[in-house]
Design a protein around this ligand. Structure first.
Ligand SMILES: Cc1cc2nc3c(=O)[nH]c(=O)nc-3n(C[C@H](O)[C@H](O)[C@H](O)COP(=O)(O)OP(=O)(O)OC[C@H]3O[C@@H](n4cnc5c(N)ncnc54)[C@H](O)[C@@H]3O)c2cc1C
Length: 333
């Protein structure tokens, strides 16, 4: 729309949608291996600027920026942190190391010490989506509706659906892509995840706590914790098991147990090679896919949406790592 295209967005928040439960964490260094997120230096500053601008335009707090305080789990993690910190490409992201007991007075357990991950931010993604939907509705560009793929007539140049004709139909269905008859063969690898809303003493607004599980205070001051990863059960809603796993994880670094006031569950649309899957369908170029953001949608989507618009409207090639054509062994008929 920013580029002058005439667009109609349609959808409905279905059970297990990812955005309503996501924490929107944008983290440059992640996981047990302290791996650098794909092109973090490229995506993160762009995403943060994007959300800052939205926050200013809408006059709604959306973003918190600061650092992670990560509590060391074992000796292997300490060794890895110290080694990574000597690597120039990690220098902007890995900060100070703190000795054991440093955070006792705050009510945090740190028997093996802790360290900082810098240049981190977290955004209220559901607030972004909700405010954007409201704005689109005001412009007559949003239709709240359940989409049935059988109602789409694919034309030689475009598609027709409920009396709307379009030159291109873009699917952004998250993990529901498995029900899309044109794109369900791409190698998606969804994971189910749960998050909690809590009542407890919050960390500082610019500080997120982590040790496997994380605890943060969102831009609206709600206290959030998560998250679980389940590759097998892709249908259940919030579970007792999920809640207990998160609370056990938090007990590793919180002295006082928090009170649970809410629980959410969603499916992350991960992919086999952990990178997004974007592009026009090779056999039906009127149909396009914007999906596969796994647990990195908050960081990747602002820049990739621009690249995708350039691709659709100006034919600019997508980066080969994210182009759906990289899976060329699929039968695209
Ligand atoms: C527990 C959890 C924690 C997460 N934490 C983070 C995090 O910290 N940082 C981060 O960057 N990402 C995180 N994510 C991932 C993040 O939520 C997504 O990458 C991001 O929100 C993009 O999602 P999406 O729009 O592709 O999918 P979704 O949010 O699932 O959106 C797809 C939408 O399409 C709708 N839809 C699908 N099919 C139809 C249909 N037939 N008709 C109508 N509507 C339909 C769905 O209802 C949904 O509203 C997390 C996800 C989960 C589940």
């Amino acid at each position: 729309m920013k580029r002058g295209a005439n667009c109609l967005m349609s959808g409905k928040t279905l059970p297990l949608a990812a955005t309503p439960v996501a924490a929107g964490i944008m983290n440059p260094v992640t996981g047990k291996r302290l791996a650098k997120s794909w092109l973090a230096e490229h995506f993160l500053p762009h995403a943060r600027q994007f959300y800052r601008e939205l926050s200013n335009r809408w006059k709604v707090p959306l973003l918190r920026e600061g650092h992670i305080l990560r509590f060391i789990k074992n000796e292997e993690e300490r060794v890895r942190f110290r080694k990574r910190r000597l690597n120039a490409s990690f220098a902007p992201y890995l900060g100070e190391e703190f000795p054991p007991g440093h955070w006792e007075s705050k009510g945090w357990r740190d028997p093996l010490g802790s360290y900082e991950i810098r240049e981190v931010a977290w955004v209220d993604v559901e607030k972004v989506a909700d405010t954007m939907r409201r704005e689109l509705r005001e412009q007559g560009a949003w239709k709240e509706s359940l989409f049935d793929h059988r109602d789409l007539q694919v034309l030689e140049k475009g598609g027709s659906w409920e009396n709307v004709e379009a030159t291109c139909v873009v699917f952004c269905e998250g993990a529901k892509v498995v029900e899309n008859p044109w794109f369900n063969e791409w190698p998606f690898a969804p994971t189910r995840g749960e998050t909690l809303t809590l009542k407890a003493k919050p960390p500082a607004a610019d500080e997120m706590l982590q040790s496997g599980f994380w605890l943060l205070s969102s831009a609206d001051d709600s206290l959030r914790a998560g998250s679980t990863y389940d590759h097998d059960d892709l249908t259940s809603g919030p579970s007792r098991d999920g809640r207990e796993k998160i609370l056990e994880g938090l007990a590793g670094f919180l002295v006082s147990p928090p009170q649970v006031i809410g629980q959410g569950c969603g499916l992350r649309a991960g992919t086999r090679d952990r990178l997004p899957i974007l592009g026009r369908h090779p056999a039906n170029p009127s149909l396009a896919l914007f999906n596969g953001f796994g647990s990195k949608g908050a960081s990747w989507i602002p820049k990739l949406a621009e690249d995708f618009a350039d691709h659709l409207l100006q034919g600019k090639p997508l980066a080969p790592e994210i182009d759906l054509l990289r899976f060329d062994s699929l039968d695209h008929s």
